[in-house]
Design a protein. Structure first.
Length: 403
């Protein structure tokens, strides 16, 4: 059978209101039609788990885009050079060098050492909520916890965290496949403000180094090569954003999933030892990052379609995580699911640097809730952020009773 002609393939539009409201129904229809669909100009979209997993690690695909791609995505301005410098959008050898410099702070042993400190932060955030009997999960827990953790790692003073927060939220708008026109100015302004702020911190660390990620990145490498200050600043800005966005979405979406599945709530309360597998299921069920893109560097063919160099492959992580070929009853939350080969942290050389930290924060939060909550019920209407690449909530009011 000849491959489906491009003109007859369904199109995936990340800005479609139907996608923003319920991406999983859209993904289900796309997977049923076939493994490949159209995207925007010069884009192909992959929907199934096997293809997404393979392409995440395929050396013929890269993430280092020409400057023109960034201009097309976010418009001309300071965010263009920002996206050209950060770890997320670099290929080897630059990606390898940057990841090696950042890895010590995120290696499993270093993350485990943070367990007690994170536990204390979670307790400090939950105690007032338990006393009140209600909270906004986003405002009172899912956002402040990972922001506090990443600020400590990077050396951002506690007194400045609320100052930094709105600019980090605006920066998040720039990580879509194509940034909506109304969001572009905010993205550029956020990059400018955060660069200035981190630049001032970097100047302080050069005068008086500390034991934080920023100080370590400012230390000359063993080969004696000079430190690229602009590159360090931009990557610390990126680490600050990446350090809270995924974890915030994991916690908020995990609680939202439990609100819709009281049986799974009861199971977790009965067996808190299921929390690690529950966190993996929250990651699968409602992936914090819904899609990533890869640049075709060499000609390649898949399912009868040829992808030419310079084209973009959009890998729908959220769709891959609901692929019925891999996951039984994929639209049902199952905190006991095993195995659970979700792709929410990506794969290959770009596997999420902070995956271990996100998992630890998620496990501590849901362990506390499982052991100390008798019930968790909605207390109002949740609100979703209108983002195209992230599955994110801006408001999630709940009522619960402390055990």
């Amino acid at each position: 059978m000849s491959p489906t002609r491009r003109s007859t393939l369904p199109r995936f539009d990340s800005h479609d209101p139907a996608v923003l409201a319920d991406p999983y129904s859209v993904y289900r229809r796309l997977r049923a039609h076939g493994p490949v669909c159209r995207g925007g100009t010069g884009q192909w979209v992959l929907t199934r788990h096997a293809d997404v997993t393979a392409c995440l690690a395929d050396p013929r695909l890269g993430t280092e885009y020409p400057v023109e791609y960034h201009r097309m995505s976010v418009g001309d301005g300071p965010a263009v050079s920002f996206f050209s410098r950060i770890l997320l959008d670099r290929d080897p050898p630059h990606h390898t060098r940057l990841r090696r410099a950042m890895h010590p702070a995120f290696r499993p042993a270093a993350v485990r050492a943070l367990s007690d400190r994170i536990g204390a932060m979670v307790d400090d955030l939950l105690e007032p909520a338990f006393d009140r009997g209600h909270c906004d999960v986003v405002e009172d827990l899912a956002f402040p916890l990972p922001v506090s953790v990443v600020c400590e790692l990077l050396g951002i003073p506690a007194a400045d965290r609320e100052l930094v927060r709105p600019h980090a939220v605006d920066l998040a708008r720039g990580f879509g496949l194509v940034v909506a026109e109304p969001d572009r100015a905010a993205t550029h302004a956020a990059v400018t403000w955060l660069r200035d702020y981190i630049g001032e911190l970097a100047a302080e660390r050069l005068r008086s180094p500390g034991d934080d990620v920023l100080s370590h990145l400012l230390t000359p490498a063993s080969d004696g090569g000079p430190v690229d200050l602009a590159e360090v600043v931009d990557n610390v800005v990126f680490l600050f954003f990446a350090g809270f966005e995924t974890t915030m979405n994991l916690i908020a979406s995990g609680v939202a999933a439990l609100l819709d599945a009281p049986d799974q709530q009861r199971l977790l309360r009965k067996s808190p030892d299921l929390v690690p597998s529950a966190v993996e299921e929250f990651l699968r069920f409602d992936a914090p990052i819904q899609a990533v893109a890869r640049l075709v560097r060499e000609p390649m063919s898949l399912h009868g379609h040829t992808f030419r160099p310079g084209r973009l492959l959009v890998l729908l992580l959220g769709s891959a995580n609901r692929d019925e070929r891999v996951f039984a009853d994929p639209d049902r939350l199952d905190v006991t699911r095993s195995p659970n080969p979700h792709v929410s942290f990506g794969g290959g050389a770009h596997f999420c640097l902070g995956a271990a930290l996100a998992r630890l924060e998620g496990r501590i939060v849901f362990d506390r809730l499982a052991r100390r909550c008798r019930g968790l019920v909605p207390a109002g209407t949740p609100q979703r952020r209108r983002t195209t690449s992230f599955r994110s909530l801006s408001r999630l009011p709940v009522t619960f009773l402390a055990a």
